[in-house]
Design a protein around this ligand. Sequence first.
Ligand SMILES: C[S@@+](CC[C@H](N)C(=O)[O-])C[C@H]1O[C@@H](n2cnc3c(N)ncnc32)[C@H](O)[C@@H]1O
Length: 257
Amino acid sequence: MAELCFAGLGLGDDPELEGPLRTLVNAAGAVLLDNYTSSVGPAQLEALRRLAGPRLQILDRTAAEEGGAVLAALAVHDRVLFLTAGDPFVATTHVELRLRAESSGHHWRYRPGASILSAVPSFLGLQHYRFGRVISIPFPADGYAPSSFVDRIAANRSAGLHSLVLLDLVPAEGRYLSADAALGILEERDPEFRQLPASLEVAVAARVGRADAAGWYGPRTEWRRRRFGEAPHSLVVPAPELHFEEAAALERFRERV
Ligand SMILES: C[S@@+](CC[C@H](N)C(=O)[O-])C[C@H]1O[C@@H](n2cnc3c(N)ncnc32)[C@H](O)[C@@H]1O
């Protein structure tokens, strides 16, 4: 039976892959890259293309979710490497793939990667244990305008917790929901700022782990005047009360962008 290795590429965008990742790529008969739950930086992608050559297969949502590409590769190769930006099992559906591979008699291995779930709080100086449920904001679409994320952020705040808000993306089409657009959507779905006060201050973390990482902290209503540069972006809606160190760390990001 074959071995399926799930490995995280972390969040950097270095022009070379780390040594252990290079070893995994070199040993694999097929290298599958999840290019829909998160995006790999352009330099990392280039490094991967160079190293894996024709063994690299970039998967879109359908191919990865159906698991067909993974099972097909396992049927042909002894070692299949499945790569994801960040950590392969954070905010993704890949446990399902792992269970399917296992049910088909294959082994699996796991190499963790630095994840956005810990990197955004770390970058902004917020305490990890004070975060509530992670929230996602989807792209607006005709006939699809959910507002449940406003309720979820409000619920986290009522429990005294911060909210990490992840933003929708379709890397294959180069579409990424920006933090300013997400703040606009929040405003639109929370009419008259009923649940999240107009005076609320929010934080944005952009390109965390890359050389041009940037942070910003300021009033939520400022979004029309702000642009945060290249994707990916994440948003944090802080708890009503901040620890004094958190407050001091966030102040350093005030109005920087
Ligand atoms: C599904 S999550 C990524 C999960 C990934 N497996 C991980 O462990 O980091 C994708 C979202 O995370 C956020 N994100 C990913 N990388 C980021 C980065 N370097 N800086 C800021 N936000 C990022 C964006 O909101 C993006 O749409």
